[in-house]
Design a protein around this ligand. Structure first.
Ligand code: PEP
Ligand code: MN
Length: 363
Protein backbone atom coordinates (compact mmCIF):
# COMPACT_ATOMS: atom_id res chain seq x y z
CA UNK A 1 0.00 0.00 0.00
CA UNK A 2 1.19 3.57 -0.75
CA UNK A 3 2.15 5.65 2.28
CA UNK A 4 -0.55 8.25 1.59
CA UNK A 5 -3.25 5.62 1.28
CA UNK A 6 -2.07 3.98 4.53
CA UNK A 7 -2.44 7.38 6.20
CA UNK A 8 -5.92 7.97 4.85
CA UNK A 9 -7.04 4.46 5.75
CA UNK A 10 -5.78 4.98 9.34
CA UNK A 11 -7.70 8.26 9.45
CA UNK A 12 -10.87 6.56 8.26
CA UNK A 13 -10.52 3.84 10.88
CA UNK A 14 -10.01 6.29 13.71
CA UNK A 15 -12.93 8.42 12.48
CA UNK A 16 -15.22 5.37 12.56
CA UNK A 17 -13.97 4.35 16.00
CA UNK A 18 -14.44 7.86 17.42
CA UNK A 19 -18.09 8.01 16.38
CA UNK A 20 -20.79 7.79 19.01
CA UNK A 21 -22.43 5.38 18.35
CA UNK A 22 -19.93 3.26 16.44
CA UNK A 23 -21.72 1.25 13.75
CA UNK A 24 -20.42 -2.12 12.59
CA UNK A 25 -22.58 -3.19 9.69
CA UNK A 26 -22.53 -5.70 6.90
CA UNK A 27 -23.54 -9.17 5.79
CA UNK A 28 -22.91 -12.21 7.95
CA UNK A 29 -20.92 -13.77 5.10
CA UNK A 30 -19.29 -12.61 1.91
CA UNK A 31 -21.14 -14.55 -0.79
CA UNK A 32 -20.17 -13.06 -4.15
CA UNK A 33 -18.37 -9.96 -5.38
CA UNK A 34 -21.50 -7.94 -6.17
CA UNK A 35 -23.17 -8.67 -2.84
CA UNK A 36 -20.03 -7.63 -0.93
CA UNK A 37 -19.31 -4.49 -2.95
CA UNK A 38 -22.86 -3.24 -3.52
CA UNK A 39 -23.89 -3.69 0.12
CA UNK A 40 -20.90 -1.60 1.22
CA UNK A 41 -21.57 1.17 -1.28
CA UNK A 42 -25.28 1.29 -0.33
CA UNK A 43 -24.47 1.29 3.37
CA UNK A 44 -21.97 4.12 3.01
CA UNK A 45 -24.70 6.44 1.69
CA UNK A 46 -26.69 6.20 4.91
CA UNK A 47 -23.83 5.36 7.32
CA UNK A 48 -20.73 7.12 5.99
CA UNK A 49 -18.74 6.46 9.19
CA UNK A 50 -19.66 2.82 9.67
CA UNK A 51 -17.21 -0.07 9.76
CA UNK A 52 -18.07 -2.62 7.08
CA UNK A 53 -17.99 -6.23 8.26
CA UNK A 54 -18.23 -9.51 6.42
CA UNK A 55 -17.24 -13.06 7.32
CA UNK A 56 -14.87 -14.83 4.93
CA UNK A 57 -14.28 -17.95 7.02
CA UNK A 58 -17.45 -18.95 8.85
CA UNK A 59 -17.13 -20.92 12.05
CA UNK A 60 -20.31 -22.99 11.79
CA UNK A 61 -21.29 -24.97 14.84
CA UNK A 62 -22.09 -28.04 12.72
CA UNK A 63 -20.41 -29.17 9.48
CA UNK A 64 -22.31 -29.03 6.23
CA UNK A 65 -23.46 -25.43 6.61
CA UNK A 66 -21.90 -22.70 4.47
CA UNK A 67 -18.34 -22.40 5.77
CA UNK A 68 -17.43 -19.18 4.02
CA UNK A 69 -16.18 -18.22 0.60
CA UNK A 70 -12.54 -18.26 1.71
CA UNK A 71 -9.53 -16.29 0.59
CA UNK A 72 -10.95 -14.88 -2.67
CA UNK A 73 -13.55 -12.97 -0.61
CA UNK A 74 -10.76 -10.84 0.89
CA UNK A 75 -10.24 -9.13 -2.48
CA UNK A 76 -13.97 -8.33 -2.71
CA UNK A 77 -13.87 -6.94 0.79
CA UNK A 78 -10.88 -4.72 -0.02
CA UNK A 79 -12.62 -3.54 -3.19
CA UNK A 80 -15.78 -2.85 -1.17
CA UNK A 81 -13.71 -0.73 1.21
CA UNK A 82 -12.08 1.22 -1.61
CA UNK A 83 -15.33 1.91 -3.45
CA UNK A 84 -17.43 2.75 -0.38
CA UNK A 85 -14.78 4.55 1.65
CA UNK A 86 -15.63 2.41 4.71
CA UNK A 87 -12.97 0.59 6.77
CA UNK A 88 -13.46 -3.16 6.32
CA UNK A 89 -13.38 -5.92 8.92
CA UNK A 90 -13.37 -9.69 8.88
CA UNK A 91 -13.14 -12.56 11.34
CA UNK A 92 -9.85 -14.40 11.89
CA UNK A 93 -9.69 -17.71 13.69
CA UNK A 94 -6.04 -18.68 13.31
CA UNK A 95 -2.61 -17.33 12.34
CA UNK A 96 -3.08 -18.21 8.67
CA UNK A 97 -6.28 -16.14 8.49
CA UNK A 98 -4.37 -13.24 10.06
CA UNK A 99 -1.62 -13.46 7.47
CA UNK A 100 -4.08 -13.56 4.56
CA UNK A 101 -6.20 -10.72 5.95
CA UNK A 102 -3.12 -8.54 6.45
CA UNK A 103 -1.72 -9.26 3.00
CA UNK A 104 -5.09 -8.18 1.55
CA UNK A 105 -5.04 -4.90 3.53
CA UNK A 106 -8.09 -5.62 5.68
CA UNK A 107 -8.44 -2.67 8.10
CA UNK A 108 -9.86 -4.29 11.23
CA UNK A 109 -9.96 -7.89 12.46
CA UNK A 110 -12.37 -9.62 14.78
CA UNK A 111 -12.20 -12.71 16.92
CA UNK A 112 -15.42 -14.73 17.00
CA UNK A 113 -17.25 -16.18 19.97
CA UNK A 114 -16.11 -19.73 19.17
CA UNK A 115 -12.48 -18.58 19.21
CA UNK A 116 -12.59 -16.39 22.33
CA UNK A 117 -13.46 -19.51 24.36
CA UNK A 118 -10.05 -20.98 23.58
CA UNK A 119 -6.98 -19.19 25.00
CA UNK A 120 -4.66 -21.26 22.76
CA UNK A 121 -6.30 -19.86 19.62
CA UNK A 122 -6.50 -16.36 21.05
CA UNK A 123 -2.79 -16.47 21.87
CA UNK A 124 -1.92 -17.78 18.39
CA UNK A 125 -3.86 -14.95 16.73
CA UNK A 126 -2.39 -12.36 19.09
CA UNK A 127 1.15 -13.52 18.36
CA UNK A 128 0.53 -13.37 14.62
CA UNK A 129 -0.28 -9.68 15.17
CA UNK A 130 2.90 -8.77 17.06
CA UNK A 131 4.15 -5.43 15.78
CA UNK A 132 1.06 -4.83 13.60
CA UNK A 133 -0.95 -1.65 14.07
CA UNK A 134 -4.53 -2.84 13.56
CA UNK A 135 -7.68 -2.62 15.68
CA UNK A 136 -9.02 -5.95 16.96
CA UNK A 137 -12.63 -6.54 17.96
CA UNK A 138 -13.18 -9.34 20.44
CA UNK A 139 -16.55 -11.02 20.70
CA UNK A 140 -17.60 -12.41 24.06
CA UNK A 141 -17.00 -16.17 24.41
CA UNK A 142 -19.93 -18.53 23.84
CA UNK A 143 -20.04 -19.35 27.54
CA UNK A 144 -21.10 -16.65 30.03
CA UNK A 145 -17.57 -16.45 31.41
CA UNK A 146 -16.41 -12.90 32.09
CA UNK A 147 -12.76 -13.82 32.74
CA UNK A 148 -12.42 -15.61 29.43
CA UNK A 149 -13.57 -12.45 27.63
CA UNK A 150 -11.30 -10.16 29.66
CA UNK A 151 -8.45 -12.67 29.25
CA UNK A 152 -8.72 -12.52 25.45
CA UNK A 153 -8.73 -8.71 25.58
CA UNK A 154 -5.62 -8.76 27.77
CA UNK A 155 -3.79 -11.18 25.44
CA UNK A 156 -4.12 -8.69 22.56
CA UNK A 157 -3.17 -5.74 24.74
CA UNK A 158 -0.12 -7.62 25.97
CA UNK A 159 1.29 -8.10 22.48
CA UNK A 160 0.79 -4.36 21.84
CA UNK A 161 -2.58 -3.99 20.08
CA UNK A 162 -3.66 -0.43 20.91
CA UNK A 163 -7.25 -0.48 19.76
CA UNK A 164 -9.16 -3.32 21.32
CA UNK A 165 -12.94 -3.22 20.97
CA UNK A 166 -15.26 -5.59 22.81
CA UNK A 167 -18.36 -6.98 21.12
CA UNK A 168 -21.22 -8.26 23.22
CA UNK A 169 -22.99 -10.94 21.15
CA UNK A 170 -24.79 -12.84 23.87
CA UNK A 171 -24.13 -16.20 25.51
CA UNK A 172 -25.08 -19.78 24.91
CA UNK A 173 -27.58 -21.15 27.37
CA UNK A 174 -29.55 -24.33 27.07
CA UNK A 175 -32.65 -22.19 26.94
CA UNK A 176 -32.02 -18.67 25.66
CA UNK A 177 -35.59 -17.90 24.58
CA UNK A 178 -36.76 -15.52 23.22
CA UNK A 179 -33.19 -14.71 22.17
CA UNK A 180 -30.80 -16.73 20.02
CA UNK A 181 -28.09 -15.99 22.59
CA UNK A 182 -29.08 -14.65 25.97
CA UNK A 183 -27.80 -11.12 26.51
CA UNK A 184 -26.96 -11.51 30.23
CA UNK A 185 -26.45 -7.76 30.40
CA UNK A 186 -24.68 -8.08 33.75
CA UNK A 187 -21.60 -9.44 31.94
CA UNK A 188 -21.07 -6.51 29.52
CA UNK A 189 -21.92 -4.20 32.43
CA UNK A 190 -19.14 -5.87 34.42
CA UNK A 191 -16.78 -5.24 31.50
CA UNK A 192 -17.84 -1.59 31.33
CA UNK A 193 -17.28 -1.25 35.08
CA UNK A 194 -13.82 -2.85 34.90
CA UNK A 195 -12.63 -1.46 31.59
CA UNK A 196 -14.32 1.85 30.87
CA UNK A 197 -11.41 2.59 28.50
CA UNK A 198 -12.54 -0.05 25.98
CA UNK A 199 -15.45 0.60 23.61
CA UNK A 200 -18.12 -2.05 23.90
CA UNK A 201 -20.43 -2.65 20.98
CA UNK A 202 -23.69 -4.57 21.14
CA UNK A 203 -24.16 -7.19 18.41
CA UNK A 204 -27.93 -7.16 18.43
CA UNK A 205 -28.15 -9.55 15.45
CA UNK A 206 -26.48 -12.53 17.12
CA UNK A 207 -28.24 -11.86 20.41
CA UNK A 208 -31.67 -11.47 18.87
CA UNK A 209 -31.49 -14.04 16.10
CA UNK A 210 -34.58 -12.53 14.50
CA UNK A 211 -35.51 -9.05 13.22
CA UNK A 212 -38.45 -8.47 15.63
CA UNK A 213 -36.14 -8.39 18.64
CA UNK A 214 -33.66 -5.91 17.17
CA UNK A 215 -35.36 -2.58 18.04
CA UNK A 216 -35.71 -3.47 21.71
CA UNK A 217 -32.14 -4.72 21.93
CA UNK A 218 -30.78 -1.64 20.17
CA UNK A 219 -32.69 0.64 22.55
CA UNK A 220 -31.50 -1.28 25.59
CA UNK A 221 -27.86 -1.20 24.44
CA UNK A 222 -28.03 2.56 23.86
CA UNK A 223 -29.76 3.09 27.22
CA UNK A 224 -26.89 1.23 28.88
CA UNK A 225 -24.62 3.76 27.18
CA UNK A 226 -22.79 1.12 25.17
CA UNK A 227 -20.44 2.47 22.52
CA UNK A 228 -22.22 1.24 19.42
CA UNK A 229 -24.22 -1.31 17.51
CA UNK A 230 -23.32 -4.28 15.36
CA UNK A 231 -26.01 -5.28 12.87
CA UNK A 232 -25.96 -7.85 10.07
CA UNK A 233 -27.44 -6.57 6.81
CA UNK A 234 -28.07 -8.35 3.54
CA UNK A 235 -29.71 -7.23 0.27
CA UNK A 236 -32.06 -10.26 0.36
CA UNK A 237 -31.97 -11.62 3.91
CA UNK A 238 -34.04 -14.74 3.24
CA UNK A 239 -31.53 -15.85 0.59
CA UNK A 240 -28.45 -15.33 2.77
CA UNK A 241 -26.09 -18.30 2.93
CA UNK A 242 -25.63 -17.89 6.69
CA UNK A 243 -27.75 -16.40 9.47
CA UNK A 244 -30.66 -15.79 7.07
CA UNK A 245 -33.11 -15.63 9.99
CA UNK A 246 -31.53 -12.58 11.58
CA UNK A 247 -30.28 -10.35 8.76
CA UNK A 248 -32.18 -7.24 7.66
CA UNK A 249 -32.05 -4.93 4.66
CA UNK A 250 -30.38 -1.52 4.74
CA UNK A 251 -33.83 0.07 4.56
CA UNK A 252 -34.97 -1.90 7.61
CA UNK A 253 -31.77 -0.94 9.38
CA UNK A 254 -32.39 2.74 8.68
CA UNK A 255 -35.91 2.45 10.14
CA UNK A 256 -34.52 0.67 13.18
CA UNK A 257 -31.94 3.38 13.82
CA UNK A 258 -34.53 6.14 13.26
CA UNK A 259 -36.71 4.49 15.92
CA UNK A 260 -34.07 4.70 18.66
CA UNK A 261 -34.71 7.24 21.42
CA UNK A 262 -31.39 8.96 21.95
CA UNK A 263 -30.62 9.87 25.54
CA UNK A 264 -27.57 11.44 27.15
CA UNK A 265 -25.66 9.90 30.06
CA UNK A 266 -26.29 13.10 32.01
CA UNK A 267 -27.78 16.60 31.85
CA UNK A 268 -27.01 19.88 33.57
CA UNK A 269 -30.71 20.63 34.30
CA UNK A 270 -30.88 21.67 37.97
CA UNK A 271 -34.41 20.35 38.65
CA UNK A 272 -33.44 16.99 37.18
CA UNK A 273 -30.30 16.84 39.29
CA UNK A 274 -32.17 17.71 42.50
CA UNK A 275 -34.98 15.26 41.76
CA UNK A 276 -32.48 12.53 41.04
CA UNK A 277 -30.54 13.25 44.22
CA UNK A 278 -33.72 13.02 46.33
CA UNK A 279 -34.60 9.66 44.83
CA UNK A 280 -31.05 8.39 45.22
CA UNK A 281 -31.10 9.35 48.90
CA UNK A 282 -34.26 7.35 49.28
CA UNK A 283 -32.67 4.36 47.58
CA UNK A 284 -29.65 4.60 49.89
CA UNK A 285 -31.95 4.48 52.92
CA UNK A 286 -33.84 1.46 51.56
CA UNK A 287 -30.56 -0.34 50.79
CA UNK A 288 -29.32 0.36 54.32
CA UNK A 289 -32.55 -1.11 55.68
CA UNK A 290 -32.25 -4.19 53.43
CA UNK A 291 -28.72 -4.75 54.70
CA UNK A 292 -29.72 -4.63 58.34
CA UNK A 293 -32.75 -6.87 57.62
CA UNK A 294 -30.43 -9.38 55.96
CA UNK A 295 -28.13 -9.21 58.96
CA UNK A 296 -31.04 -9.89 61.34
CA UNK A 297 -32.27 -12.75 59.21
CA UNK A 298 -28.87 -14.42 59.07
CA UNK A 299 -28.39 -14.02 62.83
CA UNK A 300 -31.70 -15.79 63.40
CA UNK A 301 -30.61 -18.46 60.91
CA UNK A 302 -27.48 -19.01 62.99
CA UNK A 303 -29.65 -19.58 66.07
CA UNK A 304 -31.75 -22.08 64.13
CA UNK A 305 -28.49 -23.82 63.12
CA UNK A 306 -27.44 -24.21 66.78
CA UNK A 307 -30.88 -25.45 67.77
CA UNK A 308 -30.91 -28.05 64.99
CA UNK A 309 -27.38 -29.14 65.91
CA UNK A 310 -28.33 -29.69 69.57
CA UNK A 311 -31.36 -31.69 68.51
CA UNK A 312 -29.64 -33.63 65.70
CA UNK A 313 -32.05 -32.34 63.05
CA UNK A 314 -31.06 -31.99 59.34
CA UNK A 315 -30.57 -28.58 57.72
CA UNK A 316 -32.82 -28.85 54.71
CA UNK A 317 -36.52 -29.31 55.10
CA UNK A 318 -37.73 -29.28 51.52
CA UNK A 319 -41.39 -28.95 52.45
CA UNK A 320 -40.87 -25.78 54.45
CA UNK A 321 -38.57 -24.29 51.81
CA UNK A 322 -41.12 -24.96 49.03
CA UNK A 323 -43.86 -23.41 51.16
CA UNK A 324 -41.83 -20.26 51.87
CA UNK A 325 -40.81 -19.90 48.26
CA UNK A 326 -44.39 -20.22 46.97
CA UNK A 327 -45.68 -17.81 49.63
CA UNK A 328 -43.21 -15.01 48.95
CA UNK A 329 -43.38 -15.50 45.22
CA UNK A 330 -47.12 -14.96 45.39
CA UNK A 331 -46.88 -12.00 47.78
CA UNK A 332 -44.08 -10.39 45.77
CA UNK A 333 -45.86 -10.81 42.47
CA UNK A 334 -49.02 -9.34 43.96
CA UNK A 335 -46.93 -6.27 44.80
CA UNK A 336 -45.86 -6.07 41.17
CA UNK A 337 -42.35 -7.49 41.52
CA UNK A 338 -40.88 -9.52 38.68
CA UNK A 339 -41.16 -13.31 39.08
CA UNK A 340 -37.63 -14.12 37.92
CA UNK A 341 -36.15 -11.48 40.19
CA UNK A 342 -38.12 -12.87 43.15
CA UNK A 343 -37.03 -16.42 42.37
CA UNK A 344 -33.40 -15.39 42.12
CA UNK A 345 -33.40 -13.45 45.36
CA UNK A 346 -35.31 -16.12 47.29
CA UNK A 347 -32.85 -18.75 46.07
CA UNK A 348 -29.88 -16.60 47.05
CA UNK A 349 -31.26 -16.03 50.55
CA UNK A 350 -32.02 -19.71 50.97
CA UNK A 351 -28.56 -20.75 49.77
CA UNK A 352 -26.85 -18.38 52.17
CA UNK A 353 -29.10 -19.55 55.03
CA UNK A 354 -28.13 -23.16 54.36
CA UNK A 355 -24.46 -22.25 54.12
CA UNK A 356 -24.58 -20.59 57.54
CA UNK A 357 -26.36 -23.55 59.12
CA UNK A 358 -23.88 -25.91 57.50
CA UNK A 359 -20.98 -23.98 58.96
CA UNK A 360 -22.49 -23.95 62.46
CA UNK A 361 -23.46 -27.62 62.45
CA UNK A 362 -19.99 -28.68 61.33
CA UNK A 363 -17.99 -26.40 63.61
C1 PEP B 1 -20.51 -13.43 12.95
O1 PEP B 1 -20.27 -12.31 13.39
O2 PEP B 1 -21.02 -13.63 11.85
C2 PEP B 1 -20.27 -14.59 13.84
C3 PEP B 1 -19.98 -15.80 13.39
O3 PEP B 1 -20.44 -14.25 15.10
P1 PEP B 1 -20.19 -15.00 16.51
O4 PEP B 1 -18.73 -15.29 16.58
O5 PEP B 1 -20.65 -13.96 17.46
O6 PEP B 1 -21.05 -16.23 16.51
MN1 MN C 1 -23.55 -14.10 11.54
Amino acid sequence: MQETSIKSSKQKISKSLNEKPIYILGPCSAEDRDQVVNTAVDLARRFPNAIYRSGIWKPRTRPGNFEGIGEKGLKWLREAGDLSGLPVATEVANAEHVELALSNDIDILWVGARTTVNPFYVQEIAEALKGVDIPVMIKNPLAPDFSLWLGAIERFEKIGIEHVIAIHRGFYNFDSKPYRNSPQWEIPIQLMANRSDIPIICDISHIGGSPELLPLLAQKAMDLNMSGLHVEVHPRPSEALSDAMQQITIKELATLIDGIQWREPSTSDVDFKEGLQDLRNKIDQVDQQILSDFFNRMQTIARIGSLKKQNKVTILQVKRWKKIEAHYLKEGMALGLNKEFLQNILHLIHEESMRIQHEIMNE
